[in-house]
Design a protein around this ligand. Structure first.
Ligand SMILES: Cc1cc2nc3c(=O)[nH]c(=O)nc-3n(C[C@H](O)[C@H](O)[C@H](O)COP(=O)(O)OP(=O)(O)OC[C@H]3O[C@@H](n4cnc5c(N)ncnc54)[C@H](O)[C@@H]3O)c2cc1C
Length: 384
């Protein structure tokens, strides 16, 4: 497949910048600053902004390949880029046509290449993104919001926060809206640490958020719609793509190792080459799974109605569960194929970081929680 300019330029940054700093980012649990400086310089952070507003107007398939390419160099970088695109997509698909968001897309996201973080998780609701305790308080044309967040990725490094909350203090937990807060209009007081097994470069500690601003910062429409039509599909497809990128890099190391073994004994096929061949079957299936969802999403164009339906919600849940469970299996296969040289942290064949990074996949919106939602839908869903 011929890749787009966005993907090719991101792949170059992945190998020339992200991969070089990945071990240190992981070890120090620090933000991949060099990678994001390079993406900003190359104006690749506005890939998801529509062309009408100066962005690259990349569709889901292109963004998936961009995130996967970056994740091949550094999993945390791939995840931060994916999370940024998810927020940008919400703003672009639901805010377009309002003066505030039109300006924000053009000036902040395209001209200044700013980074947007997400605050959905909350103490008391945890992984249930579709319920909030906090509520936005609107007084005339002003608003304020306080939120006790459990996990805020790259919050301290971002230029804005997109926050879920209840629509009013009287609203039900699921009656939510999204509110955008630009730097200078909020404080984020870190309440915990981010010393995790993997995805250490996402820098995602808990934080108490407090923001204020104007009522125009509320994204038009309900979060019920932006979640189903944008946040869930972008999250599950882009995450699956980047988890695939991590698994692909681990199996790439295994392939390199096996080729080295073959060179030592010309004319023979090393025994672990068969295991590598089998692992590639699953890697291909994993890729086709997220790609086919991305293609279907892109083909819908402006027709959002199918995204509100149960068939699509089930498909997204199934993709997320499948990719998040397959990625650790494939990295495990790479470890078995390479052996001790993959187990050593200081070997060029190490897959330790890959392994630890993909273990977050099943937790990042718990698969058990997602399976529970699918189970309820399947009780009533009829496939026609
Ligand atoms: C790398 C990373 C980055 C993140 N970045 C952000 C971010 O930027 N912003 C943000 O808001 N959040 C972020 N999160 C949080 C994430 O999206 C989830 O909200 C969080 O990981 C869920 O936490 P939890 O496991 O405690 O919650 P829960 O979903 O409540 O799960 C807790 C436990 O309950 C079980 N469980 C839950 N529901 C069910 C059910 N229905 N049936 C059976 N068992 C169930 C689960 O299996 C799990 O064992 C991030 C998480 C990770 C790993």
């Amino acid at each position: 497949m011929k890749q787009s300019d966005v993907v090719v330029r991101t792949a170059a940054i992945a190998s020339e910048v992200a991969a070089k700093h990945a071990a240190d980012v992981d070890k120090a649990s620090r933000f991949p600053a060099e990678t994001f400086a390079a993406l900003k310089q190359a104006k690749l952070l506005s890939a998801a902004v529509p062309k009408s507003h100066g962005g690259a107007g990349a569709g889901m398939l292109e963004l998936g390949h961009q995130c996967a390419a970056l994740a091949e160099g550094c999993g945390s970088s791939g995840m931060v880029l994916a999370m940024h695109h998810i927020q940008v997509a919400c703003l672009a698909r639901h805010g377009l046509g309002t003066p505030y968001f039109d300006r924000y897309l053009r000036e902040n996201l395209v001209e200044r290449q700013e980074v947007v973080a997400s605050i959905t998780s909350e103490n008391g609701t945890f992984g249930d993104t579709r319920s909030s305790i906090c509520a936005v308080q609107v007084d005339g044309d002003k608003l304020k919001l306080d939120k006790d967040a459990t996990t805020v990725s790259y919050g301290a490094h971002a230029d804005a926060q997109l926050v879920t909350c209840r629509r009013t203090a009287e609203s039900a937990a699921s009656d939510q809206v999204l509110v955008l807060f630009e730097k200078g209009t909020y404080t984020l007081d870190q309440t915990g640490t981010w010393d995790t097994l993997g995805m250490r470069g996402t820098c995602s500690p808990g934080a108490k958020f407090s923001g204020h601003g104007g009522a125009e910062q509320i994204l038009p429409g309900l979060f019920a719609d932006s979640s189903a039509q944008t946040m869930v599909p972008y999250s599950h497809i882009l995450w699956s793509a980047l988890w695939w990128g991590i698994a692909s890099d681990a199996l790439g190391r295994a392939a390199q190792f096996v080729r080295g073994e073959a060179r030592k004994k010309p004319g023979t096929v090393p025994p672990n080459a068969v295991r590598l061949a089998r692992a590639n079957v699953d890697l291909q299936a994993m890729r086709h799974n997220w790609e086919s969802c991305a293609i279907e999403f892109d083909e819908l164009g402006d027709d959002r109605a199918p995204l509100d339906q149960m068939a699509w919600a089930l498909r997204m849940n199934q993709l997320k569960m499948s990719a998040s469970e397959m990625a650790p299996k494939l990295v495990h296969e790479a470890l078995q194929i390479i052996g001790i040289m993959a187990y050593k942290n200081d070997s060029k064949f190490t897959v330790g970081r890959h392994y630890r990074d993909v273990l977050s996949a099943a937790l990042m919106v718990s698969n058990e929680r997602i399976a529970g939602k699918s189970a309820s839908m399947l009780l009533v869903f009829k496939d026609d």
